[in-house]
Write a protein that binds this ligand. Structure first.
Ligand code: NAP
Length: 329
Protein backbone atom coordinates (compact mmCIF):
# COMPACT_ATOMS: atom_id res chain seq x y z
CA UNK A 1 0.00 0.00 0.00
CA UNK A 2 1.51 3.33 -1.01
CA UNK A 3 -1.41 5.65 -0.29
CA UNK A 4 -3.55 6.38 2.76
CA UNK A 5 -6.89 8.03 3.50
CA UNK A 6 -7.58 11.21 5.41
CA UNK A 7 -10.57 13.45 6.15
CA UNK A 8 -10.27 16.91 4.62
CA UNK A 9 -12.41 20.02 5.14
CA UNK A 10 -12.99 21.25 1.60
CA UNK A 11 -15.55 23.98 2.33
CA UNK A 12 -16.67 25.62 5.57
CA UNK A 13 -20.13 24.38 6.49
CA UNK A 14 -22.25 23.65 9.58
CA UNK A 15 -23.19 20.43 7.76
CA UNK A 16 -20.25 18.09 8.49
CA UNK A 17 -20.96 15.93 5.47
CA UNK A 18 -21.06 18.90 3.11
CA UNK A 19 -17.86 20.30 4.63
CA UNK A 20 -15.67 17.22 4.29
CA UNK A 21 -14.34 14.74 1.77
CA UNK A 22 -12.17 11.64 2.13
CA UNK A 23 -8.94 12.15 0.21
CA UNK A 24 -6.25 9.68 -0.79
CA UNK A 25 -2.60 10.80 -0.38
CA UNK A 26 0.81 9.16 -0.74
CA UNK A 27 2.20 7.74 2.52
CA UNK A 28 4.73 10.38 3.58
CA UNK A 29 8.46 9.87 3.94
CA UNK A 30 9.87 11.35 7.15
CA UNK A 31 11.86 14.59 6.89
CA UNK A 32 14.92 15.01 9.10
CA UNK A 33 13.91 15.23 12.75
CA UNK A 34 10.39 13.88 12.04
CA UNK A 35 8.61 10.57 12.46
CA UNK A 36 5.84 9.04 10.36
CA UNK A 37 3.14 7.48 12.52
CA UNK A 38 0.52 4.91 11.54
CA UNK A 39 -2.67 5.90 13.36
CA UNK A 40 -4.36 3.40 15.66
CA UNK A 41 -6.83 5.68 17.49
CA UNK A 42 -7.92 9.28 16.97
CA UNK A 43 -9.57 11.44 19.60
CA UNK A 44 -12.85 13.17 18.80
CA UNK A 45 -13.11 16.75 20.06
CA UNK A 46 -16.02 19.16 20.29
CA UNK A 47 -13.86 21.61 18.34
CA UNK A 48 -13.93 19.32 15.26
CA UNK A 49 -17.39 20.65 14.47
CA UNK A 50 -16.19 24.26 14.70
CA UNK A 51 -13.21 23.44 12.50
CA UNK A 52 -15.47 22.01 9.80
CA UNK A 53 -17.70 25.07 10.08
CA UNK A 54 -14.72 27.42 9.73
CA UNK A 55 -15.50 28.87 13.14
CA UNK A 56 -12.60 27.54 15.23
CA UNK A 57 -10.51 29.99 17.22
CA UNK A 58 -7.84 30.41 14.57
CA UNK A 59 -9.62 29.59 11.31
CA UNK A 60 -7.68 29.11 8.08
CA UNK A 61 -9.31 28.84 4.65
CA UNK A 62 -9.99 25.24 3.44
CA UNK A 63 -8.69 22.78 2.44
CA UNK A 64 -7.24 21.46 5.70
CA UNK A 65 -7.19 18.13 7.46
CA UNK A 66 -9.78 17.47 10.15
CA UNK A 67 -8.95 16.03 13.55
CA UNK A 68 -6.61 17.06 16.30
CA UNK A 69 -4.89 14.13 17.97
CA UNK A 70 -3.92 10.50 17.54
CA UNK A 71 -2.20 7.55 19.10
CA UNK A 72 -0.24 5.30 16.77
CA UNK A 73 2.93 3.37 16.11
CA UNK A 74 6.05 4.79 14.50
CA UNK A 75 6.20 3.58 10.88
CA UNK A 76 9.40 5.40 9.86
CA UNK A 77 11.96 7.73 11.42
CA UNK A 78 13.76 10.64 9.74
CA UNK A 79 17.43 11.45 9.81
CA UNK A 80 18.75 12.50 13.20
CA UNK A 81 15.91 10.89 15.19
CA UNK A 82 17.43 8.65 17.83
CA UNK A 83 14.75 8.70 20.52
CA UNK A 84 12.13 6.74 18.54
CA UNK A 85 12.33 3.58 16.48
CA UNK A 86 9.84 1.80 14.23
CA UNK A 87 7.05 0.16 16.24
CA UNK A 88 7.20 2.55 19.21
CA UNK A 89 3.85 3.78 20.53
CA UNK A 90 3.35 7.56 20.53
CA UNK A 91 0.72 10.23 21.04
CA UNK A 92 0.71 13.48 19.09
CA UNK A 93 -1.42 16.58 18.88
CA UNK A 94 -1.69 17.21 15.16
CA UNK A 95 -2.61 13.71 14.07
CA UNK A 96 -6.28 13.48 13.16
CA UNK A 97 -8.71 11.46 11.08
CA UNK A 98 -6.00 10.05 8.86
CA UNK A 99 -4.30 6.69 8.54
CA UNK A 100 -0.78 8.17 8.65
CA UNK A 101 0.66 11.45 9.88
CA UNK A 102 4.05 13.13 10.20
CA UNK A 103 5.16 14.96 13.32
CA UNK A 104 8.43 16.45 14.59
CA UNK A 105 9.92 13.77 16.88
CA UNK A 106 10.27 16.38 19.63
CA UNK A 107 6.46 16.91 19.62
CA UNK A 108 5.57 13.21 20.04
CA UNK A 109 4.89 11.79 23.49
CA UNK A 110 6.16 8.25 24.07
CA UNK A 111 3.51 5.84 25.38
CA UNK A 112 3.66 2.41 27.01
CA UNK A 113 1.35 1.03 24.26
CA UNK A 114 -0.83 2.30 21.42
CA UNK A 115 -4.10 1.53 23.23
CA UNK A 116 -7.41 3.45 23.03
CA UNK A 117 -7.25 4.74 26.61
CA UNK A 118 -4.06 6.60 25.73
CA UNK A 119 -5.94 8.99 23.40
CA UNK A 120 -7.85 10.31 26.37
CA UNK A 121 -4.77 11.83 27.99
CA UNK A 122 -4.26 14.06 24.95
CA UNK A 123 -6.38 17.14 24.35
CA UNK A 124 -8.83 16.08 27.08
CA UNK A 125 -6.50 15.03 29.89
CA UNK A 126 -4.01 17.80 29.20
CA UNK A 127 -6.70 20.47 29.10
CA UNK A 128 -8.10 19.39 32.46
CA UNK A 129 -4.69 19.07 34.07
CA UNK A 130 -3.10 22.26 32.77
CA UNK A 131 -6.20 24.46 33.04
CA UNK A 132 -6.97 23.49 36.63
CA UNK A 133 -3.40 24.05 37.73
CA UNK A 134 -2.23 27.02 35.67
CA UNK A 135 -5.45 28.94 35.17
CA UNK A 136 -7.65 27.72 38.03
CA UNK A 137 -4.78 27.85 40.54
CA UNK A 138 -6.28 24.71 42.06
CA UNK A 139 -5.13 23.73 45.54
CA UNK A 140 -7.19 21.59 47.92
CA UNK A 141 -10.16 21.95 50.20
CA UNK A 142 -12.16 23.99 47.69
CA UNK A 143 -15.44 23.43 45.88
CA UNK A 144 -15.04 22.76 42.17
CA UNK A 145 -17.88 22.70 39.65
CA UNK A 146 -17.26 20.78 36.42
CA UNK A 147 -19.75 21.03 33.55
CA UNK A 148 -20.01 18.30 30.87
CA UNK A 149 -18.41 16.34 33.69
CA UNK A 150 -18.93 12.86 32.23
CA UNK A 151 -17.31 13.72 28.89
CA UNK A 152 -13.75 13.30 27.66
CA UNK A 153 -12.39 16.49 29.20
CA UNK A 154 -14.76 16.80 32.15
CA UNK A 155 -14.08 13.26 33.42
CA UNK A 156 -10.42 14.20 33.84
CA UNK A 157 -11.26 17.51 35.52
CA UNK A 158 -13.53 15.70 38.00
CA UNK A 159 -10.88 13.15 38.90
CA UNK A 160 -7.95 15.58 39.14
CA UNK A 161 -9.93 18.01 41.31
CA UNK A 162 -11.09 15.16 43.54
CA UNK A 163 -7.59 13.60 43.76
CA UNK A 164 -6.22 16.99 44.85
CA UNK A 165 -8.63 16.95 47.82
CA UNK A 166 -11.42 19.18 46.57
CA UNK A 167 -15.20 18.73 46.74
CA UNK A 168 -16.46 18.17 43.19
CA UNK A 169 -19.88 18.90 41.70
CA UNK A 170 -20.38 17.59 38.15
CA UNK A 171 -23.18 18.27 35.69
CA UNK A 172 -24.50 15.65 33.26
CA UNK A 173 -27.66 14.70 31.39
CA UNK A 174 -28.53 11.13 32.43
CA UNK A 175 -28.72 8.73 35.37
CA UNK A 176 -26.02 6.49 33.80
CA UNK A 177 -23.68 9.46 33.58
CA UNK A 178 -24.43 10.42 37.18
CA UNK A 179 -23.55 6.87 38.30
CA UNK A 180 -20.33 7.04 36.27
CA UNK A 181 -19.49 10.38 37.89
CA UNK A 182 -19.94 8.90 41.36
CA UNK A 183 -17.61 6.04 40.37
CA UNK A 184 -14.80 8.45 39.47
CA UNK A 185 -14.93 10.51 42.66
CA UNK A 186 -17.54 13.19 41.91
CA UNK A 187 -19.14 14.06 45.24
CA UNK A 188 -22.31 15.65 43.86
CA UNK A 189 -23.39 14.68 40.35
CA UNK A 190 -26.20 16.90 39.07
CA UNK A 191 -28.30 15.43 36.27
CA UNK A 192 -29.67 18.70 34.93
CA UNK A 193 -32.54 16.86 33.21
CA UNK A 194 -33.85 15.89 36.64
CA UNK A 195 -32.84 18.74 38.92
CA UNK A 196 -31.99 22.41 38.62
CA UNK A 197 -28.28 23.17 39.00
CA UNK A 198 -29.00 26.68 40.26
CA UNK A 199 -31.37 25.31 42.95
CA UNK A 200 -28.80 22.70 44.02
CA UNK A 201 -26.10 25.36 44.30
CA UNK A 202 -28.36 27.73 46.22
CA UNK A 203 -29.51 25.04 48.65
CA UNK A 204 -26.32 23.03 49.16
CA UNK A 205 -23.44 25.39 48.40
CA UNK A 206 -24.25 28.66 50.11
CA UNK A 207 -20.62 29.81 50.17
CA UNK A 208 -20.42 29.35 46.42
CA UNK A 209 -18.06 27.74 43.95
CA UNK A 210 -14.31 28.31 44.19
CA UNK A 211 -13.45 26.96 40.74
CA UNK A 212 -15.82 26.44 37.82
CA UNK A 213 -14.37 24.32 34.98
CA UNK A 214 -16.99 25.44 32.48
CA UNK A 215 -17.27 24.05 28.98
CA UNK A 216 -20.98 24.06 28.12
CA UNK A 217 -21.74 27.79 27.88
CA UNK A 218 -25.26 29.23 27.67
CA UNK A 219 -27.31 28.80 30.85
CA UNK A 220 -24.65 26.74 32.60
CA UNK A 221 -22.10 29.54 32.17
CA UNK A 222 -24.58 32.01 33.69
CA UNK A 223 -25.32 29.72 36.64
CA UNK A 224 -21.60 29.10 37.28
CA UNK A 225 -20.83 32.82 37.12
CA UNK A 226 -23.65 33.70 39.53
CA UNK A 227 -22.55 30.98 41.96
CA UNK A 228 -18.89 32.03 42.25
CA UNK A 229 -17.59 32.33 45.81
CA UNK A 230 -15.41 35.18 47.06
CA UNK A 231 -12.15 34.88 45.06
CA UNK A 232 -13.84 32.27 42.84
CA UNK A 233 -12.32 31.50 39.42
CA UNK A 234 -14.46 30.64 36.40
CA UNK A 235 -12.31 28.92 33.77
CA UNK A 236 -13.85 29.25 30.31
CA UNK A 237 -12.95 25.96 28.63
CA UNK A 238 -15.57 26.03 25.88
CA UNK A 239 -19.25 26.54 25.12
CA UNK A 240 -20.43 23.37 23.37
CA UNK A 241 -24.13 24.24 23.75
CA UNK A 242 -23.49 27.29 21.52
CA UNK A 243 -21.34 25.63 18.86
CA UNK A 244 -24.12 24.54 16.51
CA UNK A 245 -26.23 27.68 16.86
CA UNK A 246 -23.32 30.14 17.05
CA UNK A 247 -22.41 32.37 20.03
CA UNK A 248 -25.47 33.56 21.96
CA UNK A 249 -25.90 37.29 22.22
CA UNK A 250 -27.11 38.53 25.59
CA UNK A 251 -28.19 41.88 26.95
CA UNK A 252 -27.64 42.34 30.64
CA UNK A 253 -25.51 44.13 33.19
CA UNK A 254 -21.81 43.62 32.45
CA UNK A 255 -20.21 40.51 34.01
CA UNK A 256 -17.66 42.80 35.71
CA UNK A 257 -20.34 43.85 38.23
CA UNK A 258 -20.72 40.19 39.27
CA UNK A 259 -16.97 39.85 39.80
CA UNK A 260 -16.05 43.06 41.60
CA UNK A 261 -17.79 42.58 44.95
CA UNK A 262 -16.53 38.99 45.16
CA UNK A 263 -12.95 39.59 43.94
CA UNK A 264 -13.84 36.80 41.52
CA UNK A 265 -12.49 36.30 38.01
CA UNK A 266 -13.30 34.80 34.61
CA UNK A 267 -10.28 33.23 32.94
CA UNK A 268 -9.97 31.77 29.45
CA UNK A 269 -7.98 28.66 28.58
CA UNK A 270 -6.90 27.31 25.19
CA UNK A 271 -4.56 24.31 25.16
CA UNK A 272 -2.56 25.62 22.20
CA UNK A 273 -1.28 28.46 24.43
CA UNK A 274 0.12 25.95 26.93
CA UNK A 275 2.02 23.54 24.66
CA UNK A 276 5.18 24.11 26.71
CA UNK A 277 3.45 22.44 29.67
CA UNK A 278 2.39 19.36 27.68
CA UNK A 279 5.36 17.01 28.38
CA UNK A 280 5.25 17.55 32.14
CA UNK A 281 1.48 17.15 32.42
CA UNK A 282 1.39 14.15 30.03
CA UNK A 283 4.02 12.42 32.20
CA UNK A 284 1.98 13.18 35.34
CA UNK A 285 -1.22 11.82 33.78
CA UNK A 286 0.53 8.65 32.57
CA UNK A 287 2.02 8.08 36.04
CA UNK A 288 -1.38 8.50 37.74
CA UNK A 289 -2.94 6.05 35.28
CA UNK A 290 -0.11 3.52 35.80
CA UNK A 291 -0.59 3.84 39.59
CA UNK A 292 -4.31 3.13 39.18
CA UNK A 293 -5.28 6.54 40.62
CA UNK A 294 -6.72 7.99 37.42
CA UNK A 295 -9.21 6.32 35.09
CA UNK A 296 -8.75 7.05 31.38
CA UNK A 297 -12.33 6.57 30.22
CA UNK A 298 -13.35 6.22 26.60
CA UNK A 299 -16.84 5.59 25.29
CA UNK A 300 -17.26 1.96 24.12
CA UNK A 301 -19.23 2.89 20.97
CA UNK A 302 -17.16 1.82 17.96
CA UNK A 303 -16.34 4.17 15.08
CA UNK A 304 -14.07 2.77 12.42
CA UNK A 305 -11.62 4.51 10.12
CA UNK A 306 -11.76 7.81 8.30
CA UNK A 307 -15.32 7.06 7.15
CA UNK A 308 -16.47 6.64 10.78
CA UNK A 309 -15.16 9.98 12.01
CA UNK A 310 -18.24 12.04 11.11
CA UNK A 311 -20.55 9.53 12.84
CA UNK A 312 -18.29 9.85 15.89
CA UNK A 313 -18.52 13.65 15.94
CA UNK A 314 -22.32 13.49 15.53
CA UNK A 315 -22.50 10.93 18.35
CA UNK A 316 -20.64 13.33 20.66
CA UNK A 317 -23.02 16.15 19.73
CA UNK A 318 -25.99 13.91 20.63
CA UNK A 319 -24.66 14.17 24.21
CA UNK A 320 -24.77 10.39 24.80
CA UNK A 321 -21.04 9.76 25.30
CA UNK A 322 -19.53 8.73 28.62
CA UNK A 323 -15.81 9.52 28.49
CA UNK A 324 -13.83 10.31 25.38
CA UNK A 325 -15.23 9.48 21.94
CA UNK A 326 -12.58 7.74 19.84
CA UNK A 327 -12.18 6.49 16.28
CA UNK A 328 -10.16 3.32 15.70
CA UNK A 329 -8.12 2.58 12.59
P1 NAP B 1 -17.21 15.72 25.64
O1 NAP B 1 -17.33 16.41 26.95
O2 NAP B 1 -16.62 14.37 25.60
O3 NAP B 1 -18.64 15.61 24.95
C1 NAP B 1 -19.47 16.71 24.90
C2 NAP B 1 -20.48 16.71 26.10
O4 NAP B 1 -20.98 18.02 26.23
C3 NAP B 1 -21.68 15.85 25.88
O5 NAP B 1 -21.48 14.51 26.27
C4 NAP B 1 -22.73 16.53 26.75
O6 NAP B 1 -22.74 15.99 28.07
C5 NAP B 1 -22.24 17.96 26.89
N1 NAP B 1 -23.19 18.92 26.33
C6 NAP B 1 -23.84 19.86 27.04
N2 NAP B 1 -24.62 20.59 26.25
C7 NAP B 1 -24.51 20.09 25.01
C8 NAP B 1 -25.10 20.43 23.77
N3 NAP B 1 -26.01 21.41 23.65
N4 NAP B 1 -24.75 19.69 22.70
C9 NAP B 1 -23.86 18.70 22.80
N5 NAP B 1 -23.25 18.33 23.97
C10 NAP B 1 -23.59 19.04 25.06
O7 NAP B 1 -16.47 16.69 24.62
P2 NAP B 1 -15.00 17.35 24.73
O8 NAP B 1 -14.35 17.27 23.41
O9 NAP B 1 -14.32 16.79 25.93
O10 NAP B 1 -15.33 18.89 24.93
C11 NAP B 1 -16.03 19.38 26.04
C12 NAP B 1 -15.87 20.89 26.06
O11 NAP B 1 -14.52 21.21 26.39
C13 NAP B 1 -16.16 21.61 24.74
O12 NAP B 1 -16.74 22.87 25.02
C14 NAP B 1 -14.79 21.79 24.14
O13 NAP B 1 -14.74 22.82 23.20
C15 NAP B 1 -13.99 22.08 25.40
N6 NAP B 1 -12.54 21.84 25.25
C16 NAP B 1 -11.74 22.96 25.22
C17 NAP B 1 -10.37 22.82 25.15
C18 NAP B 1 -9.51 24.07 25.20
O14 NAP B 1 -8.30 24.02 24.89
N7 NAP B 1 -10.08 25.18 25.61
C19 NAP B 1 -9.79 21.54 25.03
C20 NAP B 1 -10.64 20.42 25.07
C21 NAP B 1 -12.03 20.58 25.18
P3 NAP B 1 -24.04 16.16 28.99
O15 NAP B 1 -25.20 15.89 28.09
O16 NAP B 1 -23.86 15.12 30.05
O17 NAP B 1 -24.02 17.57 29.52
Amino acid sequence: MSTYQKLVVVRSSNDLRAATEIHEAPIPQPEAGHIVVQTRYSGVNAADYLMAAGRYLAPTPPPYDLGAESVGVVAAVGEGVSYFKEGDAVFAIGGGYREYFTVPASHAIPLPAATPDMVTIGVSGLTASIALEKVGEMTSGETVLVTAAAGGTGSFAVQLASLAGNHVIGTCSSADKAAFLRSIGCHRPVNYKDESLSEVLKAEYRKGIDIAFESVGGKLYDIALNALAVKGRLIVIGAISEYESGPQEVTRVRDSYKLLNKSASIRGFWLMHYLRDVPEHAARLLALIAEGKLQATYDPTTFKGVAGALDAIEYMYSGRNIGKVIVSF
